[in-house]
Design a protein around this ligand. Structure first.
Ligand SMILES: Cc1cc2nc3c(=O)[nH]c(=O)nc-3n(C[C@H](O)[C@H](O)[C@H](O)COP(=O)(O)OP(=O)(O)OC[C@H]3O[C@@H](n4cnc5c(N)ncnc54)[C@H](O)[C@@H]3O)c2cc1C
Length: 360
C-alpha cells in the first residue's frame, strides 16, 4: 500500500518512520528542506509541560513524560537531562502548595523510572545554583528535571531512521493541491496514493482550503519567539511573567541562554520573525529576575516559530497542546501536537491507517 506524507517537520518524519516500520511504502513530500519550520524553532524541551497540569491536561502530560523518557534513553547523543529552577517570590502568582501538588503529579506521571524527583531549595541554596537571580523577595525555588534536545539535529536523526526503514524523502517538493480520493498535485503533475497523511503543521489547514476541502479542525496560529543571550550557568529557569499566567523559560543552550517564549497570533502571510515588541517583552521578563540587566544590544540572536494549536480557547496560552486526526475518504489530516509527543502521534496515525485498511 502506497502512502504519501506531507510535511517534513518532526510530526511528518515520525509519522513516515512509523508507517514504514508497519510495512507500508511511504513517500514524504516537504516543500523546503527537512526540519526548517516550527520543529527547529522550539524551546528545545522534551517535557511533559508542568504548566499544562494547571489546565487539567493529565493525559497529555503523562504521555509526554513517557515520550520524554524514550527520547532521553534512545537518543542520548542529542538529548540530556536538564535541572530547572522554579523560583518563588513573595509577589508570585502561584502559591507554593500549588506548585508542590503539580510537581508531585509530574513526578508520579513520570513513573518509577523518572529522571529525578523535585525538591525545595531555600533562598540561599537557590542563589548558590543561580547567583544572577534577584535576591529581593526570593523565598526559595523548586528544583526539578526535564529533557533538552538539539531539535534540528534530532529531527535529522529521525530522517535518517526514515531512510533506513525505506521511506523516500522528497525535499523542495511542495504539494500544491490534494484530493480526498488519494491524489496530490506536485509541480510535475498529479500522483495517486492509497492514503495521504497531511501533517503540514501550521499549513495543514491552508492546504485543505487551497484544495477546496472542508476543514474539520480549525487551528489557532500563535507565534513564539526566543532570544539568545550570554549564558546564565547550568540551571534552567521557569519564570512567571509578571501580571500574567504565562511562563517564560531561561535555559542553558549551547553555552548561551535561550530565553522564550512569546505568544502572538499570526497570519500565514506574515513573516515568522521575532518583532521588536516581543524582544522588549522578553528582555523585561529577564530583567525582572536577573542581574546584570540585558539591553537590546546584548541579544546575540533570535528566532521564531508558529504553533499550530487546536482552536479551543480565546486565550492562546490556555489553548490545548493535544492533537487530533480527521479522515476525509483516503486523506487523514493531523492537527496540533508537541515535539515531545511526535512519536505518540505517529503511532495513532499508523493505528488508524491499519484500521482503515481492515474496513476496506
Ligand atoms: C515557540 C515554540 C516553542 C515550542 N517549544 C516546544 C518544546 O520545547 N517542546 C515541545 O515538545 N514542543 C514545543 N513546541 C511545539 C512543537 O515545536 C510543534 O508542535 C512541532 O514542531 C510541530 O511540528 P510539525 O511537524 O507539525 O510542524 P512543522 O515543523 O512546521 O512542519 C510542517 C512542515 O510542513 C511543510 N509544508 C507545509 N506546507 C506544505 C506543502 N504544501 N507541501 C509540502 N510541505 C509542506 C513545512 O515546510 C514544514 O516543514 C514549540 C512550538 C513553538 C512555536
Amino acid at each position: 500500500m502506497r502512502i504519501a506524507v506531507i510535511g517534513g517537520g518532526i510530526n511528518g518524519l515520525c509519522t513516515a518512520w512509523e508507517l514504514a516500520k508497519a510495512g507500508y511504502q511511504v513517500q514524504l513530500f516537504e516543500r523546503d528542506a527537512l526540519m526548517q519550520a516550527t520543529s527547529r524553532a522550539s524551546s528545545k524541551l522534551l517535557h511533559g509541560g508542568l504548566r499544562y497540569l494547571e489546565q487539567g491536561e493529565f493525559r497529555l502530560v503523562r504521555e509526554a513524560l513517557q515520550e520524554r523518557r524514550w527520547w532521553l534513553n534512545k537518543t542520548s547523543q542529542l538529548t540530556r537531562r536538564i535541572p530547572l529552577l522554579y523560583p518563588l517570590y513573595r509577589q508570585g502568582r502561584r502559591p507554593r502548595w500549588q506548585l508542590k501538588i503539580g510537581l508531585m503529579l509530574y513526578d508520579f506521571f513520570a513513573g518509577r523510572k523518572g529522571i529525578g524527583r523535585h525538591r525545595w531549595l531555600t533562598a540561599a541554596q537557590t542563589l548558590r545554583c543561580s547567583p544572577q537571580l534577584t535576591a529581593e523577595g526570593l523565598q526559595g525555588a523548586y528544583l526539578f528535571f526535564d529533557g533538552q534536545m538539539d531539535d534540528y539535529q534530532l529531527g535529522l536523526w529521525v530522517a535518517a531512521q526514515c531512510r533506513k526503514a525505506g521511506v523516500t524523502l522528497f525535499e523542495h517538493q511542495p504539494v500544491l493541491k490534494l484530493a480526498a480520493s488519494g491524489e496530490l498535485l506536485l509541480s510535475s503533475g498529479w500522483q495517486s496514493f492509497d492514503r495521504i497523511i497531511n501533517v503540514a503543521g501550521p499549513w495543514s489547514e491552508a492546504l485543505l482550503q487551497q484544495s477546496n476541502l472542508p476543514v474539520q479542525q480549525s487551528l489557532d496560529l500563535v507565534r513564539g519567539s526566543h532570544l539568545l543571550l550570554p549564558t546564565l550557568g547550568r540551571y534552567g529557569h521557569m519564570l512567571e511573567v509578571p501580571g500574567s499566567r504565562r511562563i517564560v523559560f531561561a535555559l542553558p543552550y549551547k553555552h548561551q541562554c535561550l530565553l522564550g517564549t512569546t505568544e502572538v497570533r499570526q497570519q500565514l502571510h506574515e513573516p515568522i520573525a521575532c518583532s521588536e515588541a516581543e524582544r522588549d517583552e522578553l528582555l523585561a521578563v529577564y530583567n525582572q529576575y536577573f542581574h546584570p540587566q540585558m539591553q537590546p544590544v546584548d541579544v546575540l540572536d533570535s528566532f521564531a516559530g508558529v504553533r499550530p494549536l487546536l482552536k479551543s480557547s480565546a486565550d492562546s496560552s490556555r489553548a490545548s497542546r493535544e492533537y487530533t486526526l480527521h479522515w476525509q475518504q483516503q486523506l487523514l489530516t493531523v492537527s496540533g501536537g508537541k515535539w515531545t509527543t511526535a512519536r505518540a502521534l505517529a503511532r495513532q496515525v499508523a493505528k488508524q491507517v491499519r484500521q482503515s485498511t481492515k474496513q476496506m
